[in-house]
Unconditional design. Sequence first.
Length: 221
Amino acid sequence: MSSSQKTRVVVLISGSGSNLQALIDGVTANELPIEMVAVISNRPGVLGLERAAKANIPTETLDHKAYAHREDFDRALMGKIDSYKPDLIVLAGFMRILTTEFTQHYLGKMLNIHPSLLPKFQGLHTHQRAIEAGETRHGVTVHFVTAELDGGPAIVQASVPVLENDDATSLSKRVQRQEHVIYPLAVKWFAEGDLCMIEGKSMLKGEPLSVSGFQIWSDET
């Protein structure tokens, strides 16, 4: 397959980029039919930019602190993204609440990963909240991005057991290992034409997925 046939992907990051690395590894292993055409960070000097540069992926920094209004930043970011003519935008630890204008512009072609079994524990501090709520299982969800924060239709979820001696750190490490499995999987489905969003629902190979998406159950302790 020539690079011109591959799905063009822009990845947005704010930090270390561990999920970005999982995608880079998938491309290196010829498991993902994508071309990562740019990695854009809203924070300068983060590790994720180093990971991208090491993989010879073009990088850009657009510091949100330089913009007085969220709408101005989002419009500037849209301009940068669109200059790369992507087929898919992947949010990989991009710590920004996005405007409706931004999410509508990329509706059906933007994915996010959230460290909980959505719709449980939207927002921050998900691992600690799961422990405090007495959950027996916790996990991670890949979903399409809509205007509702962490509220777009789920694509795939992976769950792990919550152990009696878990704290937020130990639980997050177990969940993160599953992140690195399911995010490349979802991107692969999209790139191969098997995944899309129709009328607010995630569709896999022409069939609507459940509210929780495709389920992966891990008993890793």
